[in-house]
Write a protein that binds this ligand. Sequence first.
Ligand code: FAD
Ligand code: 2HG
Ligand code: ZN
Length: 467
Amino acid sequence: MNDVVSKLRNLLGSDCITDPAVTDGYLWDWRGLLRGSAACVLRPRSANLLSQSVRICREAGVSIVPQGGNTGLVGGATPDDIGLQIVISTGAMRKIRTVDPVDMSIVAEAGATIAELQTAAAEAGALFPLSFASEGTATLGGALATNAGGISAVRYGSARDLLLGMEVVLPDGRIWNGLRTLRKDNTGYALKYLFAGSEGTLGIITGAAMKLAPLSVGREVAFCAIESEDQVLDFWMKLRAAAEGNVRAIEYISNSCVELAKREGLRAPVGVADHYVLVELTSSRPDAGLKDVLEAFLAERLEDGTIVDAALAQSGEQQKQIWRLRDDQTEIQKKAGRDFKHDVAVPVPRVPELLRRSRAVIESDFPEATVVPFGHVGDGNIHLNVVLPATLGAERAAEQGKQISQAIYDIVLSLGGTFSAEHGIGRAKVDMLEAKRDPIELDLMRRIKAALDEDGSFNPGTVFRPS
Ligand code: FAD
Ligand code: 2HG
Ligand code: ZN
């Protein structure tokens, strides 16, 4: 191993890091559940240097764990605890190469953050639509590798839907340059879609070309209180009919989430109810009259009883405060106790049943648990999270958490849903994938993996069990 590290140091100089004080930050997952170890952490500054690093690792039979902003929630960017793997971070590759408001495309290196892409696009008068709470740290490469969704997927799609072209360092060290911005390109298999969502198991994305959208100039945000799960769905159906092209976000938040937020000093702008929905409308036209549209819509919903209270933000500051109730949930739930995440999706019409049945089962069988669901209701993607008190003790919490997850996943699958909607498989859901995915799909996935990564050296233990 010393020999490999010294070859990598010769190639990358101080971008081959072995100092434990510096490598430490690359060896934990964001949730603090995994702690790995690595022979070194590499931060190459170009696809070329990255490719040469991969070749050195490959010749020595050393496994690689690709890492972007390390905000993933399923442990896919953390090395195992043996100390023989090498983390390759894209942190030093964050140039925005082009922003073209005529072509409506942006081309950037994989380590550029989502927020940096948004800013660069806005400066050129366009919108980079991907958006989620970790956008200040999460990278383009990481978002593509996990096919991240987020709050505006309901309008613009997930990362894969915005993808035009890609540059990838393959497990054998070759660089595939597919950085095209063409809207139509049916020249054989669409390889880029294979790497999107592959979680670092098929190659390292070093750059991507992404679609832009027209810049939003108008923006209205409302927070609504709702009495029942069925009315949440009803509200969304009616909003879709009234303002579909303008809905940038429609997010569900349960009262238990709002209660946690209040403990952290946040305030809800409406009276207490069991459920809430956050709506954001945007438009690229300054004369779209979004405020009138939303005001009239909310008045009608109060009138027909779909909602019981509503607050339409009157300033940018109020919009921000409303969004904090939603965006801060991941941090708030991390602090609230032992949090068990369930990033699930069901067909949209089944969301009320999902919420009702999960709550009923957890509340009756696990009295110490608090169900804290929230998420992207317009996509049928609910984060059906559960928090157990920190006082429960690690062993009991782990045992109960396992049973709770089992109960939730059983409900999700019985509703025709998925146990991973937008966060991926990582290390956390490898057994679930193995147990629940159709054997033919699993076989095809394994063949693709074997064809691209013959030695199985790219992110072993993520998506599949290590061979
Ligand atoms: P990392 O965490 O570094 O890596 C994630 C996976 O991608 C790993 O398997 C890693 O090996 C692989 N990878 C990283 N970079 C590359 C690359 N260049 N090439 C190949 N493989 C690579 N996710 C959502 O989908 N929607 C949300 O709304 C959302 N909100 C979040 C909010 C918070 C507060 C947090 C902490 C996370 C949230 N996430 C969300 C999860 C996470 O931010 C996303 O999955 C994000 O896309 C990960 O990007 P990253 O750069 O941090 O990737
Ligand atoms: C979000 O939608 C993220 O904010 C994180 O996907 C979800 O914390 C979670 O479980
Ligand atoms: Zn989410």
